[in-house]
Design a protein. Sequence first.
Lengths: 439, 67
Amino acid sequence: MTTGTAAPHTVRLLAGYHALGRRAGLEDHLVQYGAPPATAGAALIQAVEESGLTGRGGGGFPTGRKLRSVAAGRRAAVVVVNAAEGEPASGKDRALLTVAPHLVLDGAVLAAGAVGAREIVVCVHAEPDAGTGKDPQTAVRRDGAATLADTVRRAIAEREAARPAPVPMRVTAVPPRYVASEETALVHWLDAGDARPLFTPPRPFERGVGGRPTLVSNAETYAHIALIARHGPAWFRSCGTPEAPGTALFTVSGVVARPGVVEAPLGTPVGEVLRLAGGPSEPLQAVLAGGYGGTWLPPDLLGLPTTPSAFRAAGLALGPGILVALPERACGVAESARVLAWLAAQTAGQCGPCVHGLPAIAADFAELAACRVSTELYRRLDRRLSVIPGRGACRHPDGAVRFAASALRVFGRHLRVHAHAEGCLLAQWPPVLPIPEEW
Amino acid sequence: MSWRLRVDPIACTAHGLCAELLPEAIDLDEWGYPIIGPVPDRLLPLARRAVADCPTLALLLERDRPR
């Protein structure tokens, strides 16, 4: 993946990469950003609270409040860096850990100091092409390239050689299933080797790994903490909007000139983020925002600012920083049907409404895509979309329903064509939305 | 202080007993899994019975507080 450019003051996490053009070693990192301050716990928590930083994994929960809750636990805490990016259309955490691993690790060490953690665990996805059937912890990629786990381990070794970390750090490769990166699934994986979500409460911040208060945050979130500790909350708020301050990474794919990871202040209009990735390379039909648990945007909403509240006001969900540009020539219904079939297969198999509901919705969408449209089908699908949300242990079924409902809205006009056609002429093109090969 | 019913969806295996015991507040979806509605106070004794009788202990009666 390539990494796009933007005006210098709006590039923070990727500034080192833009300066160097390669992965930053520990020396490079210290030259670019300076040494992390020895900020005392309470002061860092307050700085993060004042910064207004929210989690960059899609949930958007205030990070300062989460730090404070974990710190309030009586037992020694655990810090979990969530880089197990399960979204097929997302590559930002992999990109960040690849080019600036020390920024993420700095943030984890600082957060560990602030919440009184005794251990840091970095969770990455086991590489899909490491599928040798062996232990994912030791599996080697067939192409011989370093896995993300290797990259992070090398960065940890570099730090150990320079100065032993105050808190031990380790890396674990999580099974490559979509819901494995959900925070309770990570806790379950670390405790019992079962990367499936748990029923809540308790949430990890109260009782997580080994029963300890556990801070589970997205890799990018820790990188922002590392910069807030250095430059303070006012600096962090100097870009973005008052309610959604700072920058965020976006993985931009589909029909744009330079697909890849870009960094932009929150509040940057969707179309402007696409422009950072080279802009649309052909006329657009829609843009998928927030990944496969997200929502489709029609082209007339490209001016929408990338903030949770602006999206909410438009009846949409911002979610994690993922944008996929769908060309006019594609069949949005067929694209959505493919994704829904994959999402159904990604169920952890635990909760009835997800186990039965998602395949049912996927089957309904397959009918729509095949131009077998009927009033009865619509009625059934509407009923299913209304009863499934909120009834799983995790939010996976809610996301799939949100995605399906937005497809019905945004591709409504094209669906009317499907209702009167034998087959869809647009479905002849190769699909645009990425689906992992082995599922 | 009001109460609400909640299902542990991992534990629930769609026996459907709860909907039989408390149809006023519990409906089943097309796959047999419960859809929970509000529980008026007058139904609390029946709700407690449904909770106690769930074969997988998946039905919970909780104080209705914003989480």
